[in-house]
Design a binder for this molecule. Structure first.
Ligand SMILES: *[C@@H]1O[C@H](CO)[C@@H](O)[C@H](O)[C@H]1NC(C)=O
Ligand SMILES: *[C@@H]1O[C@H](CO)[C@@H](O)[C@H](O)[C@H]1NC(C)=O
Ligand SMILES: *[C@@H]1O[C@H](CO)[C@@H](O)[C@H](O)[C@H]1NC(C)=O
Ligand SMILES: *[C@@H]1O[C@H](CO)[C@@H](O)[C@H](O)[C@H]1NC(C)=O
Ligand SMILES: *[C@@H]1O[C@H](CO)[C@@H](O)[C@H](O)[C@H]1NC(C)=O
Ligand SMILES: *[C@@H]1O[C@H](CO)[C@@H](O)[C@H](O)[C@H]1NC(C)=O
Ligand SMILES: *[C@@H]1O[C@H](CO)[C@@H](O)[C@H](O)[C@H]1NC(C)=O
Ligand SMILES: *[C@@H]1O[C@H](CO)[C@@H](O)[C@H](O)[C@H]1NC(C)=O
Ligand SMILES: *[C@@H]1O[C@H](CO)[C@@H](O)[C@H](O)[C@H]1NC(C)=O
Ligand SMILES: *[C@@H]1O[C@H](CO)[C@@H](O)[C@H](O)[C@H]1NC(C)=O
Ligand SMILES: *[C@@H]1O[C@H](CO)[C@@H](O)[C@H](O)[C@H]1NC(C)=O
Ligand SMILES: *[C@@H]1O[C@H](CO)[C@@H](O)[C@H](O)[C@H]1NC(C)=O
Length: 564
């Protein structure tokens, strides 16, 4: 363990200290884990700039939530910052318990300055790496951390026990205040300035100015195997990640075990997690870990490389590290073939229960566009839409409106397919770029099976979009380039061992098909996990109805649920 990452140690759970120090400490039984999250403003220096950022407990990245499958988790979030706050536990299913999901104005009103809210949830039938982040405006730029769920007592990993494990949080850093940048972008109707750096565990690494001491280092011993829990917490960039001289064996994505496969680099979209095994099999030296974006659309992006160190024990800091070769920024082939290698483990113990029969077929187009904006510089603003609808955020929590049957907050007439079919990925469509505004949701019957095909379009530009569904995992049964063909493509679906995830990339100018069983009642957000696109309206939500059974309806709201 390099001393360089000392400031990343969480202060709350003591057992986590032992893990970080190299002991394998395993809490004995399912229990109640309590955390105190104080949202506050902290001065942080990076890239020769010092600026106040919003943090949890003064830490950047924030503390790791370290629990075991079956635990009950109580996180008391106290907001001492000047911004409204809410926190999402990304990938946790929150069965019947959307009240603890966190997206502002979807499942709760924000926690106002000076107030607290206790997120109270059970970790049920899930184990692996997830993460938490602010889910209001762009505050997740600095408010994020890892969630590690250990398997149940006595249940080993379905791969060799690693010597030690480490969380690797990939992020994006801006020298200026992020909310100010977003406000400026909104005024202009344009994207805000791109980030100034990418980071690994909050640190950009020595390829950036003033960053020698802002380099994350992990010490390893030759011959031993380590588990890296990699999380993409960046706002807008899909990233490649590699370690010089070392292959990575992928064993889990989005807290679901995969069939292991070995690769020189991984691709990870914002919102996704990937667990890899790394064998320290090389000549003892210093090797760079590196992360840099993937972008195969004609759009400008922060293309800078973040680095961290994999340092063999006993090797002095004076040894020059070696950089890994990452795929080219626009390497579409690498991206497609990497994603094609992902398969669920699908063992008797961890089966892939893919819905074979579909009750409800949904087809959503993803569009970028330009709407009028009288207050914007040129009278127009960039927007985004699903099935030509730009989502308008409501003034109160949608789950609250659903639970208490408050009328007029949202409609349930989100269309199952686009209003007018067209050649989605055909020649650039510059006409009819306007969209309809609305808070429109889709109503789904309890325990029905849903197939959703997300289709990218060439409206304004094609682009890769990582979509995240709250409250569920889904199976990624198919994907392709060009227009989805409903008569030919389903025959090629993988219904045996498709990857099971909570966030999936829709390829640039292509489509992705997912299936899930709607057995979790509530209101569940679905959105592009590029914050830029979320803020432009690339989002909607599902209202999953209650079932008839006693334990098939939304739980009553907690007494301390924040109100608007
Ligand atoms: C951050 O630094 C500025 C300038 O040095 C100082 O005025 C401010 O009080 C500091 N804020 C915090 C939260 O420490
Ligand atoms: C949450 O934390 C705040 C601030 O420390 C405290 O006042 C409040 O009592 C806590 N809530 C609970 C339920 O423990
Ligand atoms: C969590 O599990 C406990 C014990 O089974 C139960 O009492 C509680 O209601 C559950 N909480 C939620 C939010 O499901
Ligand atoms: C965004 O970048 C432009 C051009 O470099 C600069 O003039 C502007 O001040 C930046 N905006 C903010 C909010 O930092
Ligand atoms: C990594 O994998 C490549 C391709 O399979 C192989 O050629 C190479 O020898 C491997 N490197 C190590 C260090 O195992
Ligand atoms: C990175 O982007 C800059 C402009 O922002 C460009 O000048 C440079 O060539 C790009 N580098 C690569 C490797 O694409
Ligand atoms: C990728 O970018 C490089 C450098 O900008 C360019 O030469 C190459 O043609 C691009 N490849 C594709 C497939 O677009
Ligand atoms: C506004 O329009 C002018 C002239 O058409 C153009 O040069 C400029 O880039 C536009 N600015 C924005 C913010 O759209
Ligand atoms: C859609 O547009 C593409 C690109 O222009 C074209 O090759 C294709 O034939 C079109 N498809 C249909 C069905 O018109
Ligand atoms: C989207 O809706 C707008 C406003 O109703 C309409 O003008 C436009 O033609 C629609 N575009 C598509 C692609 O359906
Ligand atoms: C949902 O439907 C499946 C298939 O009919 C059934 O096996 C399962 O028990 C149902 N689940 C619930 C919670 O009703
Ligand atoms: C904070 O949230 C409350 C409740 O929704 C809202 O009334 C208020 O305008 C928000 N404040 C800011 C600064 O967004």
């Amino acid at each position: 363990m390099g001393m360089a990452n000392r400031e990343n140690f969480p202060l709350v759970p003591f057992f986590y200290f032992f893990c970080m120090l190299g002991f394998v400490f395993i809490p004995t039984e399912a229990s109640v884990k309590k955390y105190q999250f104080n949202v506050q403003v902290t001065n942080v220096s990076r890239l020769c700039h010092t600026k106040p950022i919003v943090t949890v407990n003064g830490m950047f990245p924030g503390p790791t939530i370290y629990v075991r499958e079956g635990d009950r988790v109580l996180i008391n979030v106290t907001n001492s910052a000047q911004y409204n706050m809410s926190i999402h536990w990304h990938g946790l299913k929150q069965y019947r318990n959307g009240w603890a999901d966190g997206p502002a104005y979807i499942t709760q009103c924000p926690i106002k300055t000076g107030n607290s809210y206790v997120y109270d949830f059970n970790v049920t039938v899930q184990r692996g790496t997830l993460w938490w982040h602010a889910h209001i405006f762009w505050l997740r730029a600095t408010v994020y951390g890892a969630i590690v769920i250990m398997p149940k007592q006595g249940t080993p990993f379905p791969f060799p026990q690693p010597e030690r494990e480490e969380t690797i949080l990939l992020g994006e850093w801006w020298n200026n205040d992020v909310e100010e940048l977003v406000n400026q972008g909104n005024k202009l109707g344009l994207p805000p300035n791109m980030s100034d750096a990418h980071t690994i565990n909050g640190k950009p690494g020595p390829l950036f100015p003033c960053s020698d001491k802002h380099t994350f280092a992990m010490e390893v011993e030759q011959g031993k195997t380590y588990l890296l829990r990699i999380i993409n917490a960046a706002l807008n960039d899909e990233l490649f990640f590699a370690i010089a001289g070392h292959n990575l064996t992928v064993v889990e994505v989005d807290a679901v075990y995969t069939k292991p496969f070995t690769t020189q680099a991984i691709l990870i979209a914002p919102g996704q997690t990937t667990n890899v095994l790394v064998q320290a099999s090389q000549v003892p030296s210093r090797y760079f870990m590196a992360a840099r974006p993937f972008m195969d659309a004609p759009l400008s992006i922060d293309n800078k490389t973040a680095t961290a160190m994999l340092q063999y024990k006993g090797i002095p800091n004076t040894v020059l590290p070696i950089l890994p070769q990452l795929p080219a920024l626009n390497d579409t082939n690498f991206a497609l073939s990497y994603n094609a290698k992902l398969r669920s483990l699908n063992s008797p113990q961890f089966p892939a229960n893919v819905p074979l029969k579909v009750d409800r077929h949904l087809f959503y187009t993803i569009g970028l566009g330009i709407n009028p904006c009288p207050t914007c510089l040129n009278g127009t603003q960039l927007i985004a839409s699903l099935n030509n609808i730009t989502f308008v955020m409501p003034q109160m929590g949608l789950l609250q409106a659903h639970y208490f049957n408050i009328k007029g907050v949202f409609r349930t007439d989100f269309p199952d397919r686009p209003p007018t079919p067209f050649n989605y990925t055909g020649a650039p469509l510059t006409a009819n770029l306007g969209t309809t505004l609305g808070t429109r949701l889709s109503k789904i019957a309890f325990n029905s099976t849903v197939e959703l095909v997300l289709q990218d379009t060439n409206l304004l530009s094609v682009e890769s979009h990582p979509f995240h569904l709250h409250g569920y995992n889904f199976f990624v049964v198919g994907t392709g380039v060009g227009n989805f063909n409903p008569s030919k493509d389903p025959a090629k679906f993988n219904l045996v061992d498709p990857p099971e995830r909570n966030t999936v990339g829709v390829p640039t100018g292509g489509w992705t098909a997912m299936r899930f069983r709607a057995d979790n009642p509530g209101v569940w957000f679905m959105h592009c996990h590029l914050e830029l696109h979320t803020s432009w309206g690339l989002k909607t939500a599902f209202v999953v109805e209650n079932g008839k059974g006693v334990d098939q309806s939304v739980l009553p709201p907690p007494k301390d649920l924040p109100l608007c």
